[in-house]
Design a protein around this ligand. Structure first.
Ligand SMILES: [Zn+2]
Length: 279
């Protein structure tokens, strides 16, 4: 499903409330509107652009997938791999809990370790495009975006024999041109509902606490059995360097995977996040 909800512009930086359509209040009616109107409009436009480009659930720059279609379905996703130091251990961990996931890979890393990319796919996981060199696309024009997307598109197709269907923008940043470039390659843009910040986790315990909302929300949502489910964004690699240490991510998953399973959550790839809802 495509998430169509907008965030309240005044609170998007806190990332909480939903946007309720309606006129914006104007408190400057007695003053020449051009004196303050133009800067205000420019500032508002900049704010809206920033919101559309950075807020995970914003749809301003084209539709994004940001939830699964059932509260029972949890889509775990990993960015910035493949990482030879971590990804093989992660694959074993996911196997142990029968947890298919989605890996958004960086093109230059795919070319460094194509066997690992094949292994991810062979073990039942879905592979998506995360650009060639992990730039902030918010500042890029269509030509640069095209190169970033196409290089990784080809790298994945060369290894797997099939192109990816999903794209995740680095840092989650989008702009006006990205949606069209992704659509050209028949890819849909995938965001998330929870980004716990595993790349900066000082300890596994810290990360375990940051991932608590998945269980808390599931307990509430499963009681109603209708609605949508979570897309969790973690990292098995780093766009700065290969062989980055992501052992805290592994430890936090080791903690949560059996607990999520016992809560009744079903682990799904992004392919299955949008297929028929779980009964
Ligand atoms: Zn990334």
């Amino acid at each position: 499903m495509i998430c169509s909800r907008y965030a309240n512009l005044s609170k998007i930086r806190k990332g909480r409330e939903k946007y309720r359509p309606g006129p914006l209040p104007c408190e400057n009616g007695a003053v020449n509107p051009w004196l303050i109107g133009a800067p205000a409009i420019a500032a508002a436009a900049a704010g809206v652009a920033a919101y559309g480009g950075m807020y995970p659930r914003a749809q301003l720059f084209g539709p994004t997938l940001c939830r699964t279609n059932s509260p029972r379905k949890l889509a775990i996703t990993f960015d910035d791999g493949p990482n030879p130091a971590i990804t093989p251990k992660l694959l074993d961990l996911l196997d142990r809990y029968k947890a298919p996931a989605t890996f958004f890979l960086i093109g230059r890393y795919i070319r460094e370790c194509p066997e690992l990319v094949s292994e991810i796919s062979t073990r039942g996981h879905v592979i998506g495009n995360h650009t060639e060199s992990h730039p902030n696309l918010f500042w890029k024009g269509s030509a640069e975006i095209r190169v970033e997307l196409r290089l990784t598109h080809s790298a994945i197709k060369n290894v797997l024999g099939a192109p990816p269907k999903w794209f995740r923008p680095p840092f989650g940043f989008r702009n006006l041109w990205l949606a069209a470039e992704a659509r050209e390659l028949n890819m849909r843009v995938v965001m998330w509902t929870l980004l716990p910040g595993d790349w900066r986790a000082p300890s596994a315990e810290w990360l375990i606490r940051r991932m608590q909302p998945i269980a808390s929300r599931a307990q509430r949502a499963l009681a109603h059995a209708s609605g949508t489910g979570e897309i969790l964004c973690l990292h098995d690699g780093s766009h700065h360097e290969q062989n980055a240490d992501r052992t805290r991510t592994l430890a936090a998953l080791e903690h949560w995977l059996p607990r999520w399973r016992d809560l009744g959550l079903e682990f799904v790839t992004i392919d299955n996040a949008v297929s028929a809802p779980a009964p």
